[in-house]
Design a protein. Structure first.
Length: 125
């Protein structure tokens, strides 16, 4: 068993599940979405991104790209949340933007997990 692949897979899948947990709920009700879960999703995504940096394969490059997209989307969501909070609170419109950005990161994480599983299945023993 390759312990590096296990740890990398753990963080890739954890990034997906935490991101899904944040996105799940009514899009315009900010009470259904925790700022701490958004922060956790970002931190785990960054860890997953760092773990993908050393891979020099073509699949590794695409995995890194999906991770960078997810990071960017989550940074945008957190920034928008902070700006909305400073300007009177998170309205349903602002909540929709925040959750939509996080949903974009969720799509990138789904692609990343699919590529990771595909790469794992193609490996020969």
């Amino acid at each position: 068993m390759n312990s590096e692949k296990v740890i990398s897979g753990f963080f890739i899948i954890l990034a997906l599940t935490i991101n899904f947990g944040f996105v799940y709920g009514d899009i315009d009700v900010i009470a259904h979405h925790s700022v701490y879960e958004l922060a956790a999703a970002f931190i785990v995504n960054v860890i997953a991104t760092v773990m993908k940096l050393g891979d020099k394969t073509q699949i590794g490059s695409v995995l890194l790209a999906t991770s960078l997209v997810a990071d960017l989307q989550l940074i945008a969501a957190a920034t928008y949340w902070g700006i909305a909070t400073m300007h009177g609170g998170v309205t349903p419109d602002a909540s929709s933007v925040i959750i939509s950005l996080a949903a974009g990161a969720l799509i990138a994480n789904i692609i990343s997990v699919a590529l990771f599983v595909g790469e794992t299945l193609m490996l020969k023993r």
